[in-house]
Design a protein around this ligand. Structure first.
Ligand code: AHM
Ligand code: MG
Length: 331
C-alpha cells in the first residue's frame, strides 16, 4: 500500500530520513531534524551559489533597498544560512565553522555539535566551478543545558554520529552517512526536493584516478613523489578540480585517491581535520574505502585545535593502502 502511493519520481530525502529513523531503534528524531535543517539551509545556499554570476547585476539592482546582505561574500553568507537554520532547529548546542575563529554556542538544550565548512573551494565560484559544503555531527559530552566545553567540540572523528557534504555542481547533490552506509541525493530544483539517486554508495576497491596538486611537486617529500610516479607508471588519470568536494565526490563514485600531503612549506598539509578530513574520512570508510594522514587513520587523530590541519590520503582501499606501504608521511 505504502509503496504504491509513493511518488513515482522516487524517494525524497525527508521520506528517506523518516524511514531510517523508524528502522533505527535509538533515534529520537533529533538527528533526523538536524539533517533536515542542514538540507534546508543547503537549498538556500544552492540558490545563492547558482546566482553567483549575477551578483554584480542583482547587487546594483537591489543596492537601493537591501540591508547590504547581497554584498556579502558567498562563503560568509553560507555560514550565516547554516548557523541560522541550526539555531532555529534547536537540536545543536554549538557550531564549529571554518568561518569562525572559535565555536559558536547555539542552544544549550541541544544535544549535538556541528562542524562545518559552509562553502569550501569558494575561490572557484568566480570562475563558475563547483563548490561544496562539508559537515560533521557529534553528540555533546557535557550535560545538556550546561555551557559547551572544549571536550564537546574537540572530539575524534570516530565519535561522529553523522557526516556529509553538498556538492553545488552541474546538479546539486547531498551525500551523507549516519554510520549505516552512504546515500546520495540529487536536488530537483523545480520541486525544491532532494531525491535518492545513489543508494548505498560503495567506493571501488581499486581506481585509476589520482588527484593531487602536482604544481607543488617541488615541495613534496620523496615518498609522495614516489607514489605519484607509481600512479604515472600505472597510466592513471590525473584529475584535480581544486575544489575538495568535487574531487572527493568523483573519486568516491569512480574509484581513485585524493591526496593533500604534508609539504616542505606546509608541515600538516592544507586541509582542516575537524570539518574537512574527518567527515570525508567517515563517508569513505562507510563506503568501503580508507582515509589516513600517511601514518594514522584520520578518524583516530586526537584534535587539539578547532582549525588544525592534517595531511590527507583518501579514497579507494587498495590505493590508500599502497600509499601507506610507501610511508608517505615520513619526512
Ligand atoms: P579553501 O578552504 O581556502 O577554499 O581551500 C580549500 C581548497 C579545497 O577545496 C581544495 O581541495 C584545496 O583547497 C586545494 O588547494 P590547492 O590550491 O593548494 O591545491
Ligand atoms: Mg575549506
Amino acid at each position: 500500500e505504502e509503496s504504491r502511493i509513493a511518488t513515482p519520481i522516487g524517494t525524497t530525502l525527508d521520506r528517506f530520513i523518516k524511514n531510517k529513523q523508524e528502522n533505527f531503534k535509538y533515534a529520537t528524531g533529533e538527528l533526523s531534524q538536524l539533517l533536515r535543517d542542514i538540507a534546508l539551509a543547503s537549498k538556500v545556499v544552492n540558490r545563492e551559489v547558482s546566482k553567483a554570476g549575477l551578483v554584480d547585476i542583482i547587487g546594483t539592482l537591489e543596492a537601493q533597498n537591501s540591508g547590504g546582505e547581497q554584498q556579502k561574500k558567498l562563503d560568509v553568507l553560507a555560514n550565516i544560512r547554516f548557523s541560522r537554520a541550526l539555531k532555529k532547529g534547536g537540536e545543536a548546542c554549538a557550531l564549529v565553522s571554518e568561518e569562525n575563529d572559535s565555536y559558536e554556542e547555539l542552544n544549550r538544550d541541544g544535544k549535538y555539535i556541528i562542524a562545518i565548512d559552509p562553502l569550501d573551494g569558494s575561490s572557484n565560484i568566480d570562475v563558475n566551478v563547483s563548490v561544496g559544503t562539508i559537515f560533521s555531527i557529534y553528540r555533546r559530552k557535557t550535560e545538556v543545558g550546561s555551557a559547551v566545553q572544549e571536550i564537546d567540540v574537540l572530539q575524534k572523528g570516530t565519535e561522529q554520529v553523522a557526516a556529509g557534504y553538498v556538492l553545488y555542481g552541474a546538479s546539486t547533490m547531498l551525500v551523507y552517512t549516519t554510520g549505516h552506509g552512504v546515500n546520495g541525493f540529487t536536488y530537483e530544483q523545480s520541486l525544491g526536493e532532494y531525491f535518492l539517486s545513489n543508494p548505498d554508495i560503495r567506493i571501488p576497491e581499486d581506481g585509476t584516478i589520482y588527484s593531487i596538486n602536482e604544481g607543488l611537486s617541488k615541495e613534496f617529500f620523496p615518498p609522495v613523489t614516489a607514489y605519484v610516479d607509481w600512479c604515472k607508471e600505472q597510466s592513471f588519470n590525473a584529475r584535480y578540480v581544486g575544489s575538495l568536494v568535487a574531487d572527493f565526490h568523483r573519486n568516491l563514485l569512480k574509484g581513485g585517491i585524493y591526496i593533500y600531503p604534508a609539504t616542505t612549506k606546509k608541515a600538516d598539509g592544507k586541509l582542516r581535520l575537524v570539518y574537512e578530513c574527518n567527515p570525508l574520512a567517515f563517508i569513505t570508510e562507510q563506503a568501503g574505502g580508507k582515509a589516513t594522514d600517511g601514518n594514522k587513520r584520520i578518524m583516530e587523530i586526537e584534535p587539539v585545535a578547532l582549525h588544525q590541519r592534517s595531511p590527507l590520503f583518501v579514497g579507494s582501499l587498495n590505493l590508500v593502502e599502497k600509499a601507506m606501504d610507501e610511508r608517505l608521511a615520513q619526512k
